[in-house]
Design a protein around this ligand. Sequence first.
Ligand code: DX5
Ligand code: ZN
Length: 220
Amino acid sequence: AVTPKIAPSMLSSDFANLATEAQRMLDFGADWLHMDIMDGHFVPNLTIGAPVIESLRKHTKAYLDCHLMVTNPLDYVEPLAKAGASGFTFHVETAKNDWKELIQRIKSHGMRPGISLKPGTPIEEVFPLVEAENPVEMVLVMTVEPGFGGQKFMPEMMDKVRILRKKYPSLDIEVDGGLGPSTIEVAASAGANCIVAGSSVFGAPEPAQVISMLRNSVEK
Ligand code: DX5
Ligand code: ZN
C-alpha cells in the first residue's frame, strides 16, 4: 500500500534562511522537502541548483525531493547526486529518447527516479517509464503550469491521477501545484499519496495544522 508523504515546496520559503525554513517544516511534520530546480529555459523562471542542495544537505538528513524543470536533466544527475539529492524527478517533455539512460544513471548514483508531466501532456506518455524493466518509482502529475508557486489548482488533472492509480495500485503518485486544504480532498480521493504544497503551507498562520490536515486527507 502507498503511504502519505507531505512535501512542503521550499520555493515558497525564504531562500535567505533555507536551513531554518527546512528545519521548521520538518518540525511541523513534513516527510520530504520538495526542491524546485529550474533553469530559466524549460520554464520561465530560475531558482536553485546543485550548489544550494549541497549547502542545505549540510544542515539536514531529510529526503530532498528534487523536481527538475530543466531542458537537459542528464547534465544534473552527477552534480545533484554529489550534492546529496534523494529523489530526482525529471519531465517527460525533456526526455524523448534518453529516458532509459537517465533512469539508469539516476539509480546508479543512488537517487530515486521519478517522472513528471505538464498539464498539457497526455498521461500515456509516462506509461512506458513506469512499465520499463528499470522503471521510475514515482509519477509527479503537475496540477499547474510549472514555473511558479501560488497558482490555481487544475482539477481536470485528476483524471490523470485516477488513471494512474487504477493501473498501478502501489505506485507513488505525487501532485504539485495549488494543493492545500481546499483542494486536497479531490486529489487524495483521486489517488494521490505524495502531496507537494508551497504557498498553502508557508502562507498559513499555523503550517503544522495544514501539514497534518493534508496527511489526514491522504490517510482516509
Ligand atoms: C511549480 C513548482 C511547485 C510550486 C508549488 O512549478 O513545481 O512545486 O512550488 O507551489 P504552490 O503549492 O504554491 O502551488
Ligand atoms: Zn515542484
